[in-house]
Design a protein around this ligand. Structure first.
Ligand SMILES: Cc1ncc(COP(=O)(O)O)c(C=O)c1O
Length: 483
C-alpha cells in the first residue's frame, strides 16, 4: 500500500466516530427522547419564566476540542439552557407573540436532518420541493390568493417581510436613484421587522409615512388616501403600503379591504403582515375580519406562530411570481444541471437561499398527522380565552383596552396615583414571579400590560393561574409602593 493510501485509510479510521453504529444511535435516541418527554411532561409544573440575569456564563471558555458523553451534555443543557429565562414551549408563555412546539415539528426536523433532503432545487429534491410547493399552494388558497400565486417557506416573519419588500422594490422599479422620492406607508403599530427590512433592502432613504390610526390602533384609510394624494401632488412616488392583520401590540387588524382599494387606485404594492394573525382566518367566526387580505400583492404568515410549530417557519405568499423570479433568480455555471428543469418552481430561484433547511417537512407532517380541525379549534379557543381574560381581568381592578379582535389583551392596573410607575413595577414583579410570562408595552406614552394568547398549550387553567398571579403581584407591588 502506498503512503498516500495508508494515510487516507488511517484518517478514515480516526474519523469513523462521525458515523455512529446503530447501537450507539439507538442509545442516543433513547436519551434524547427521554429528555424530551420529561421536558414536555413537567412543563406545566415548571415556571414559564426564570430570571437568571445574574448567573455566570457557563459557556465561557468551553473546550470544544474534547468529546463528552451525551448524558453529561444533556445534563448541562438542562441546567444552562432549558431551565433559564423564558420557556417558549410553555403554555404559560403569554407574552410577546408566543411560540409553540407541537411534537411533529421535532419529528419532521429530525427526519429532515437525517435524510438531509435538499429542498432548494426541483432537480435534486423533486419530492421535497413538491411537498413545500403544495404547502404554499394550500396557504395561498387559505387566504384567497389565486392558484397562480406562489411563495416561499423561510425562517420566520422577519425574513418573510423582507422577501416581500425587496420584491416590491424591484417590481415597482425603485432603483437607488429613485429611493429618496419614493414613499412607503405604515402605521406606528407596524412590526419593527418591516422597518428593518426596509433598511436591509436599501430603502432607508425612502420617505416613510406613519398613517394615523383610529382608537383601536387600525390604520385610518381616509388619512392614507389624503397622504398619498398629497405626496403625488408633491411629485413623490408612493409605491408600497404595509398593513397588519394582527398587530403585535394589540392584535388589531387594519382595514384590509379599504386599503386594497386605495392600493389599486394609487398603483402601490400592497403588503400585509399577517405573521401573527393570519391563521385565525380559519376560524369561521373571525374570517370576515380578514376581508380584503385576498386583494394584497403579498402576505407574510407564520406557522411558527399561528400553527403552533416550533420556531423556524415563516411564509411569504406573493401573487406576482415573475416579480419573485426577477428579484431572486440567478444563473451560475456550476448549477447548470439543476437549472434546466422548470417542471416545478424551485425555492432557490425565488428566494435569497440556495442551500436550505427542508423546513416544509415539519408542517406537512403536522398537518398530515392531525388534520386541520384541531388547529382551527385551538385558534378559536385562543380567541375565546382572550375574551375570557379581558372580562375577568377587569374584575381585579384593571382597566382594559378594546375587546380583543384576535388574541391579544391590553390591560393595566388603574387604582393607583401613578399608573405608569405602578404598571412598570407590576411587570417587574410578574417576571420575578414567573408562573406565567407576560410582557408590557407603551401605547401613546402610557405603560400597558399585554396578554398574548397563542400557544396550543395555553388553556383556561393557564389563564386562571395568570389571573391569580396578577392578583398576587398587585398585592406585592402595593406593599412595596407604600414602603
Ligand atoms: C406581526 C408580526 N410581524 C412580524 C414578526 C416577526 O416575526 P419573526 O419573529 O418570526 O421574525 C412578528 C413577531 O412577533 C409579528 O408579531
Amino acid at each position: 500500500m502506498d503512503k498516500l493510501t495508508q494515510e487516507i485509510l488511517e484518517l478514515e479510521r480516526q474519523s469513523t466516530v462521525l458515523e455512529p453504529t446503530a447501537e450507539v444511535r439507538k442509545d442516543w435516541m433513547t436519551q434524547i427522547t427521554d429528555y424530551s418527554h420529561e421536558f414536555i411532561d413537567k412543563m406545566e409544573e415548571n415556571k414559564a419564566f426564570v430570571n437568571t440575569y445574574n448567573d455566570a456564563n457557563a459557556f465561557e471558555g468551553m473546550d470544544y476540542s474534547k468529546s463528552e458523553s451525551l448524558e453529561s451534555i444533556l445534563e448541562f443543557l438542562r441546567k444552562e439552557v432549558d431551565t433559564k429565562g423564558l420557556n417558549p414551549a410553555s403554555g404559560g408563555h403569554v407574552g410577546y407573540i408566543p411560540g409553540g412546539g407541537i411534537y411533529p415539528t421535532a419529528m419532521g426536523d429530525f427526519l429532515a436532518a437525517v435524510t438531509n433532503r435538499y429542498a432548494g432545487m426541483f432537480f435534486g429534491g423533486p419530492g421535497a420541493v413538491r411537498l413545500e410547493n403544495s404547502l404554499i399552494k394550500w396557504m395561498c388558497e387559505l387566504i384567497g390568493f389565486p392558484s397562480t400565486a406562489h411563495g416561499n417557506l423561510c425562517s420566520g416573519g422577519s425574513i418573510a417581510n423582507l422577501i416581500a419588500i425587496t420584491t416590491a422594490r424591484d417590481r415597482k422599479k425603485i432603483t437607488s436613484r429613485k429611493v429618496d422620492s419614493s414613499v412607503i406607508y405604515l402605521t406606528g403599530q407596524t412590526h419593527h421587522c418591516v422597518q428593518k427590512a426596509i433598511r436591509i433592502a436599501g430603502l432607508n432613504e425612502a420617505i416613510i409615512r406613519y398613517i394615523p390610526m383610529d382608537g383601536r390602533y387600525k390604520m385610518d384609510a381616509v388619512a392614507l388616501d389624503n397622504q398619498i394624494n398629497s405626496d403625488k401632488k408633491e411629485g413623490l412616488t408612493p409605491f408600497l403600503i404595509v398593513c397588519s392583520a394582527g398587530t403585535t401590540d394589540t392584535g388589531s387588524i387594519d382595514p384590509l379591504d379599504d386599503v386594497a382599494t386605495l392600493a389599486e387606485q394609487h398603483d402601490c404594492w400592497y403588503h400585509i403582515d399577517a405573521a401573527y394573525g393570519g391563521f385565525f382566518v380559519m376560524v369561521d367566526e373571525l374570517k370576515d375580519r380578514f376581508k380584503g387580505i385576498e386583494r394584497a400583492d403579498s402576505v407574510a404568515i407564520d406557522p411558527h406562530k399561528g400553527l403552533f410549530l416550533s420556531y423556524g417557519l415563516g411564509v411569504i405568499l406573493i401573487k406576482d411570481v415573475k416579480a419573485m423570479f426577477d428579484t431572486h433568480f440567478y444563473k451560475a455555471s456550476y448549477m447548470q444541471d439543476a437549472q434546466d428543469r422548470f417542471d416545478e418552481i424551485s425555492p432557490a430561484d425565488i428566494s435569497p437561499e440556495l442551500t436550505k433547511h427542508f423546513r416544509g417537512l415539519r408542517l406537512w407532517l403536522s398537518l398530515r398527522l392531525f388534520g386541520l380541525d384541531p388547529f382551527k379549534k385551538s385558534l378559536e379557543e385562543k380567541h375565546k380565552l382572550a375574551l375570557y381574560f379581558h372580562r375577568e381581568v377587569e374584575k381585579l381592578g384593571f382597566e382594559t383596552g378594546a375587546e380583543p379582535e384576535l388574541s391579544v389583551v391590553l390591560y393595566r392596573y388603574k387604582d393607583t396615583s401613578d399608573k405608569n410607575r405602578f404598571n412598570k413595577m407590576l411587570a417587574h414583579e410578574i417576571h420575578e414571579d414567573g408562573r406565567v410570562f407576560l410582557s408590557s408595552t407603551i401605547l401613546d406614552g402610557e405603560e400597558w400590560m399585554r396578554a398574548a394568547i397563542l400557544s396550543f398549550r395555553t388553556h383556561k387553567r393557564t389563564m386562571d393561574l395568570c389571573l391569580k398571579m396578577l392578583a398576587d403581584c398587585v398585592e406585592r407591588v402595593k406593599a412595596k409602593w407604600s414602603n
